[in-house]
Design a protein around this ligand. Structure first.
Ligand code: HEC
Ligand code: HEC
Length: 245
């Protein structure tokens, strides 16, 4: 039995990577008279949208057993590799379902991706579904791989947008909030509340703290900000209310 289904799968899988959208369903069986196929997967097409490169695309399908007796899943295949598919349970009671978690590693993948999922039960029923998603460029490096935030591609978000902003609140929102929190309360980076000296703040912002995540923002240090921008930003940060914990 297992040999037989394996052989069948090889035939199906050969078509699986190409653009065939028609799910290949059961050969006619006793269940054929029912409205829904004995075994089917919901949804038939799962469109996941944009996924950043390097992140896992994870979806949960439902495999339904519409037949009159319990079945066991004997084969689960996903087209083209780099994908894991794990059911909650291999046994599906009559009229019941199980969840199938499918996860695709998107590392080094590009743009439109289409994966097919195929399952076979112990009665020889088959069902399939399709998972589509679009891999978009990930602007952030993996952990432990931090570059300077003014370098290369990073500058398009962490440097260039700051250059012409005069208004300090806006400057903060565009250039600092992403790391220090919307109201200076700290997030990825420490809080900026409670500084007693504006002078110290000016120095820290202008010269940085010697880390690639917090380089000197002053133009003299290769950063985007004029002395005037830094002065007004420091002054504005000093006015932020302290947040009591
Ligand atoms: C497309 C715009 C964009 C680009 C390009 C970009 N960043 Fe960011 N960065 C952000 C935003 C927005 C945040 C706020 C957190 C978030 O939304 O991920 C952020 C947050 C960060 C953080 C704080 C940690 C975190 O993940 O929240 C670090 C560190 C960082 N970026 C470094 C970099 C480096 C280094 C590069 C270049 C390799 C870079 N960024 C490229 C927009 C960008
Ligand atoms: C990509 C993330 C990131 C961005 C953007 C960023 N910082 Fe920082 N900043 C840090 C990190 C991380 C530290 C702490 C580094 C350390 O000491 O470990 C830091 C430290 C500081 C410090 C010193 C804090 C202290 O307690 O000594 C100040 C002041 C500061 N940042 C102000 C700013 C201002 C103002 C901006 C916007 C112009 C800004 N930072 C933008 C990540 C960032």
């Amino acid at each position: 039995m297992v040999k037989f289904t394996t052989l069948l799968w090889i035939t199906l899988l050969l078509g699986g990577c190409s653009a065939n959208t028609e799910p290949k369903l059961d050969k006619p069986t006793d269940d054929a008279k029912q409205a829904l196929p004995a075994l089917h997967i919901q949804p038939e097409v799962y469109a996941l949208g944009d996924i950043q490169e390097g992140e896992a695309a994870i979806v949960v399908f439902l495999i339904r057993n519409n037949g009159a007796q319990a079945v066991e899943l004997v084969d689960i295949q996903v087209s083209c590799g780099c994908t894991a598919a794990t059911p909650d349970s291999y046994i599906i009671p009559a009229g019941g379902f199980t969840q199938l978690k499918v996860s695709v590693d998107t590392t080094a993948k590009q743009e439109g991706i289409k994966k097919s999922v195929f399952v076979t039960d112990s009665l020889g029923h088959q069902a399939s579904a399709i998972l589509t998603f679009n891999v978009v460029e990930n602007p952030h490096p993996k952990q432990g791989d931090i570059q300077g935030i003014f370098d290369g591609l990073c500058a398009s978000c962490h440097f260039e947008p700051l250059v012409d902003i005069a208004e300090p609140a806006k400057l903060y929102a565009v250039g600092c909030a992403m790391c220090h929190g919307d109201a200076g309360q700290g997030a990825y980076a420490p809080q900026l509340l409670g500084f007693s000296s504006q002078e110290a703040l000016v120095t820290l912002i202008g010269e940085g703290v010697g880390k690639p995540q917090m380089p000197g923002f002053a133009q003299s240090q290769g950063g985007p900000l004029s002395d005037k921008q830094i002065e007004s930003l420091a002054h504005w940060i000093m006015t932020l209310p302290k947040i009591s914990k």
